[in-house]
Design a protein around this ligand. Sequence first.
Ligand SMILES: N[C@@H](CCC(=O)N[C@@H](CS)C(=O)NCC(=O)O)C(=O)O
Length: 209
Amino acid sequence: MELFTYFRSSAAYRLRIALNLKGLDAQMTAVNLLKGEHRSPEYLAINSQGLVPSFKTDDGEVLTQSPAILEWLEENHPQTPLLPVDSVERAKVRSWCYQIGCDIHPICNLRVLKYVAGDLGGGDEGKKAWLHHWMGLGFDALEAQLGEGPYCNGDQVTLADVYLIPQVFNALRFEVDMTPYPKIMAAYEACNQLDAFQKAAPANQVDAQ
Ligand SMILES: N[C@@H](CCC(=O)N[C@@H](CS)C(=O)NCC(=O)O)C(=O)O
């Protein structure tokens, strides 16, 4: 298996966590977003959206979109299940994943921030205000829904944590005030005690600069 990754990409970070939780090895191939390697003809031939992550299975099939790859991993490597058995709990976990993956992350990724700061003339201040606004709105809703922990869905690490921890990393990087979110931060701290999350952290990647 091969993961096309960038150390600070939160979508790739999700996959690194899931691979580690499932005890799976994958070759890590770095795609440097700041150098524009994701828009090179070689990478566009792998992923025509020009986004990381991409993932190659042992059979040479290329998969894109982290939610689809996470589902593939869950279906093909069911050890350490990342979804609860109960269907209502499963729906809750999926809802948290989609709140992060569909509603927060896409409007806070590199190309959107570049557009806000550059094309729309917002500059660094505008970019920061944008990020703080949209991440804050998303975290307000999540905080109201999480239970007592230690993880998003009680004492089982689930896909919700796999989505949440990279998003919180991103928020901290952009100096979002996380003090209004004690439950989110408790899940962040609890997950970061685990090897699978530590090994997946941006600072521990070979391409970290
Ligand atoms: N929905 C996609 C999002 C992928 C995505 O936005 N990746 C970001 C890094 S986290 C990226 O490649 N950005 C490059 C850019 O914005 O130019 C997924 O979950 O895989």
